[in-house]
Design a protein around this ligand. Structure first.
Ligand SMILES: Nc1ncnc2c1ncn2[C@@H]1O[C@H](COP(=O)(O)OP(=O)(O)OP(=O)(O)O)[C@@H](O)[C@H]1O
Ligand SMILES: [Mg+2]
Length: 281
């Protein structure tokens, strides 16, 4: 395994191969993760053996071409029932791959969706209150909840009128993304998978949402941000960047990698990984 072009990642790679999963600094890890789906043509393998290790305080970015399997990877890690998954998934020292999605969420795994779905009939306030109660394992008194919700709404620059609206129902693309990060702020996850949280955001919204992500991340948690563009990475600075192609991590590097991708595209990485220089996390 090599991590060409990034000495820090090379050092980290060596360090990782010696680490064990009872290492308390690891907030999230997966080992030899394979994901497949049944469609009319039979079984299709979409994720082909992914290893990831994310330590406390680390921000990782995952970049890669359309259709390479990034969202599938994120959904499978969250426990989406459409996928057959093999391999290990660890959250804060505990295996979670046998758990239901809501149990993973309760333990502090969070996912912000590329395409958040509308849930007519469930208000934003009720949804947030139920999610928070599940995460904390106890009901939150209404006043306390309102206070916390008000702070989060003001942090994300969202109008209070959203509180009584149905979840994502009729929300603009940018409003949906803000609400995803508002949930992250309130739920205080241990580890967050953010799938294209930057897509569809205008320039000001990108700054607000990025500030929200930075506020929600600290020395005790970690994130994996799926993105196509450098711009969010200017605000939420990644420690490590992975390139995902055809269901695999083909390169792991530092914050210089996105700029290199912007000029060179992706194909050179497939060629070099076929020649044996691809890396895993
Ligand atoms: N449930 C499913 N049934 C059949 N095919 C699927 C299913 N889920 C994902 N795929 C296919 O797997 C491939 C990877 O999709 P995925 O959404 O993970 O890509 P992505 O890397 O997130 O792309 P983008 O950058 O466009 O968001 C696509 O070809 C997609 O059509
Ligand atoms: Mg996707």
């Amino acid at each position: 395994m090599t991590h060409s072009g990034c000495p820090a990642a090379v050092a980290r790679g060596r360090e990782l191969s010696n680490s064990t999963l009872d290492d308390r600094d690891i907030v999230f890890a997966c080992r030899n993760l394979h994901v497949s789906v049944q469609d009319k043509d039979g079984t299709k393998e979409l994720v082909k053996g992914v290893d990831l290790t994310i330590r406390k305080g680390e921000k990782h970015a995952l970049m890669g071409p359309n259709g390479s399997g990034k969202s599938t990877l994120a959904a499978a890690l969250m426990g989406h029932p459409s996928y057959e998954v093999s391999g290990e998934i660890w959250l804060a020292g505990e295996r979670i791959d046998e758990l239901e999605p809501h149990e993973r969420a309760r333990k502090g795994l969070f996912m912000s969706f590329q395409y958040p779905v509308a849930v007519p009939g469930v208000s934003v306030a009720n949804f947030l209150r139920a999610s928070l109660a599940a995460r904390r394992g106890k009901e939150i008194p209404v006043r306390e909840f309102r206070k916390e919700m008000d702070v989060a709404f003001s942090d994300l620059g969202m109008d209070r009128s959203f509180i009584s609206r149905y979840l994502n129902d009729g929300f603009s693309g940018g409003e949906k993304k803000r609400l995803e990060i508002l949930q992250m702020l309130m739920l205080k996850p241990v580890f967050s998978l953010l799938d294209e949280t930057d897509s569809g955001l205008d320039i000001d919204a990108l700054k607000v949402v990025s500030a929200g992500i930075n506020q929600a991340t600290g020395p005790d948690n970690g994130i994996l941000m799926v993105t196509h563009y450098q711009r969010i990475l200017d605000y939420v600075k990644p420690d490590i960047v992975h390139v995902f192609m055809e269901g695999r991590i083909v390169r792991t590097g530092g914050s210089e990698l996105p700029r290199e991708l912007e000029t060179k595209g992706y194909d050179w990485l497939l060629e070099s990984s076929a020649a044996g220089s691809g890396g895993t996390a």
